[in-house]
Design a protein around this ligand. Structure first.
Ligand code: NAP
Ligand code: ZN
Ligand code: ZN
Length: 347
């Protein structure tokens, strides 16, 4: 038995998303049924639905920045009750038994976590994401959304928020740190807000100075255009941490040269192409190049509470579901200010 909900899906990698209906499983003992209120648009949705990261099974509904209200709980659910404000991010399951899951790093589950969309679920079906009016998720993968964060603004925290918070915390960003955020899009603008709230000196490295005023208002101390060659010369050996949020390949050598002694460049941007590294650039200053994937459930809750405490919320543009395809084009043109959020009532 399943329940049918309204959703937006693409029928192939080359077709636009259109209104449809999808099935959600019945609520199991540990499941929570959520009436979705808002869903953010992440660039990963676009990479996935257009087949850039590999072939997909269609029709496919994406979306992994989900907030809504609990509508039903299973008989063994202890953490949530009907009416609670909740969120769901990029994962809906993991093995819960491996070393990494037990340490709270479900995103690094050794069996592979089950992603919110486009993944094979335990029952063999393909998971369908949050551009929908409802979803059923195991309570372990449900987050509590603090009351002080406006509902529509909370959605992007579930991916853009945690994906930037986790590496900034892991690499000990705080007072005295010099941090560069590369790319001022959905992830990048959250990276600026969070790094600023952590007390770091924040520099934005953007393709142009088009968004400079915004970047400074978001909390950046400095803003440079990477199209200006002088930027790389003047910032050599400057940063402790560079967080790269760019969805396309970059010339890493140029960016790595900006790291000071023991500095780390963390890649969260996920272009499909491999990124070549010249190792001599790493030898200089004992530099590191690292990757980071979203964050665990415990850390995601910590991030939500941190944002509530510091009054941090994403800058969003609320759209009707019929504008999803147009929004995709604006994201691809780096014309997002700074996250599109779909009003699920319009799905
Ligand atoms: P987004 O809103 O499109 O932001 C990406 C930004 O990168 C753009 O706003 C633009 O900023 C810059 N950019 C785009 N194309 C560029 C190019 N050709 N050269 C240089 N800069 C370029 O995307 P997002 O939602 O923040 O996601 C960013 C990336 O992170 C995507 O690849 C996504 O799949 C990935 N991601 C990874 C994780 C993870 O767990 N690691 C989680 C979520 C997303 P400027 O205009 O300022 O230059
Ligand atoms: Zn995402
Ligand atoms: Zn595991």
């Amino acid at each position: 038995m399943t329940t049918t909900v309204r959703a937006y899906a693409a029928a192939s990698a080359t077709e636009p998303l259109k209104p449809t209906q999808i099935e959600r499983r019945d609520v199991g003992p540990r499941d929570v049924r959520i009436d979705i209120a808002y869903a953010g648009i992440c660039h990963s949705d676009i990479h996935t639905i257009r087949g850039e990261w590999g072939e997909q099974v269609y029709p496919l509904t994406v979306g992994h920045e989900i907030v809504g209200t609990v509508a039903e709980v299973g008989s063994e659910v202890t953490r949530y009750a009907v009416g609670d404000r909740v969120g769901v991010g990029c994962m809906v399951n993991s093995c819960r038994e491996c070393e990494n899951c037990l340490a709270g790093f479900e995103q690094y589950c050794l069996e592979g976590n089950i992603q919110t969309y486009a993944a094979v679920d335990r029952d063999g079906s393909i998971t369908q994401g949050g551009y929908a009016q409802g979803i059923v998720v195991d309570e372990h993968f449900v987050l509590r959304v603090p009351e002080s964060i406006p509902y529509d603004k909370a959605a992007p925290l579930l991916c853009a928020g945690i994906t930037t918070y986790s590496p900034l915390r892991h690499w000990n960003v705080g007072p005295g740190s010099k941090v560069a955020i590369v790319g001022l899009g959905g992830l990048g603008h959250m990276g600026v807000k969070i790094a600023h709230a952590l007390g770091a000196e924040v520099t934005v490295l953007s393709q142009s100075l088009r968004k400079k005023d915004d970047g400074l208002a978001l909390g950046a101390n400095h803003y440079y255009a990477t199209s200006d060659r002088e930027t790389f010369a003047s910032l050599r050996n400057t940063f402790d941490v560079i967080l790269n949020t760019v969805s396309a390949p970059l010339d890493l050598k140029q960016y790595l040269s900006l790291l000071k002694l023991d500095g780390t460049m963390v890649n969260v941007g996920a272009p499909p192409e491999p990124l070549p590294i010249q190792v001599f650039t790493l030898f200089a200053n004992r530099r590191s190049f690292a990757g980071s994937s979203i964050g665990g459930i415990r850390e995601t809750q910590e991030m939500l509470d941190f944002c509530a405490e510091h009054g941090i919320a994403p800058e969003t543009e609320l759209i009707e579901a019929s504008a999803i395809n147009e929004a995709y084009e604006r994201v691809l043109a780096s014309d997002v200010r700074y996250r599109f959020v779909i009003d699920a009532a319009t799905i």
